[in-house]
Design a protein around this ligand. Structure first.
Ligand SMILES: [Zn+2]
Length: 81
């Protein structure tokens, strides 16, 4: 999707930092050793940028959930036939 590609470019550096975080299920909050936290502290990552990335993730998750809900509804309709 075009929108996804745009976001990858916009937040490519943030994504990279997130991926380099050593914790599998990190909330990137106050965990010591978190790559995101380190980047924020060193100024490598702007807090404003990080916050907008977080916001975007929430929106994306919301959209995904919506999509899945719709799919499930469709499946149910199919089963009912
Ligand atoms: Zn982290």
């Amino acid at each position: 999707m075009e929108a996804d590609e745009g976001m990858e470019i916009m937040f490519g550096d943030v994504e990279e930092i997130v991926r380099s975080c050593r914790f599998y299920d990190c909330g990137h909050g106050n965990e010591p050793g978190c790559a995101v936290r380190e980047a924020l502290e060193s100024g490598k990552l702007e807090e404003k940028r990080w916050n907008s990335w977080l916001k975007l993730q929430k929106e994306m998750a919301h959209l995904e959930a919506k999509k899945e809900g719709k799919l499930r509804l469709k499946e149910k309709q199919w089963e009912g036939r």
